[in-house]
Ligand binder design. Structure first.
Ligand code: 13P
Length: 252
């Protein structure tokens, strides 16, 4: 059985004080209200990881980073390595979010290296893929997403790829309020899983959690998560409000 996961991606939001309040609220509500075995992750800005992690203590809620460097160490001002995250006990890291691809020129080649660095440090990469609007409109979205997965992940061994979580996030659905329909999400998740199965076999493909991201809200989460190949969500805006986020967790 693959893991059900709901991860909040806070992006560049919240002051430290706000982060503490949000963490406390989510932690409390998850403890009181979430009985199902769903992994809950808060991907906070780097500067809050340490304090959020100690605040969470032995709560079932985990922390994740939003990025890591493709380098191990050295003169890379402003960068954070996978090894640094490991040394702080951070278990998850988002790799290749579309905003990183779009604003920071990250490409599949760099993302393959970042994935390697994360895995080598024992972190679980949450590897993002997804097509922009014009690609969806010209009908080449399946080809593009398959290429993203192939170039980012297919150099990995069967053992290694099973340690990766994939997030399908159509760019046109991110922060727009325009969610993919559950049918569109299911179709693309199945495309990704079949593509993995063709290379690694069905058992490997069936063991990998594929999350949906893009305007997931409390009122659409249930329908999205009911799709057979959707194993949870990567949630942006709605993860900034504790009640809304926990309702999404409960829908999983
Ligand atoms: P929204 O949920 O705000 O659309 O963002 C999705 C996302 O980018 C999560 O990584």
């Amino acid at each position: 059985m693959r893991k059900k996961i709901v991860a909040g991606n806070w992006k560049m939001n919240k002051t430290w004080e706000e982060a503490r309040i949000l963490t406390a609220e989510v932690m409390g509500m998850v403890a009181d209200e979430v009985t199902r075995p769903v992994e809950v992750i808060l991907c906070t800005p780097f500067v809050y990881l340490s304090s959020v992690k100690s605040q969470l203590g032995n709560s079932r809620v985990k922390v994740g980073a939003q990025n890591c460097s493709e380098h191990d160490a050295g003169a890379y001002t402003g960068e954070i390595s996978a090894g640094m995250l490991q040394s702080m006990g951070v278990p998850y890291v988002i790799i290749g979010h579309s905003e990183r691809r779009q604003y920071f020129a990250e490409n599949n080649k760099t993302l393959a290296v970042k994935t390697d660095k994360a895995l080598a440090s024992g972190l679980t990469p949450i590897f993002c893929c997804g097509e922009p609007l014009e690609i969806r409109e010209n009908g080449t979205h399946e080809a593009l997403v398959k290429q993203q997965v192939e170039e980012g992940l297919f150099h990995l061994s069967a053992d290694a790829i099973q340690k990766v979580v994939i997030a399908y996030e159509p760019v046109w659905a991110i922060g727009t309020g325009k969610t993919a329909t559950s049918q569109q999400a299911q179709e693309m998740h199945a495309v990704i899983r079949r593509h993995i199965a063709a290379k690694y076999g069905q058992m490997v493909a069936d063991s990998i959690s594929i999350l949906y991201g893009g305007s997931v809200k409390a009122d659409n989460a249930k329908e999205l998560f009911a799709c057979p190949d959707v194993d949870g969500g990567l949630v942006g805006g709605a993860s900034l409000k504790s009640r809304e986020f926990v309702e999404i967790v409960k829908a999983c």
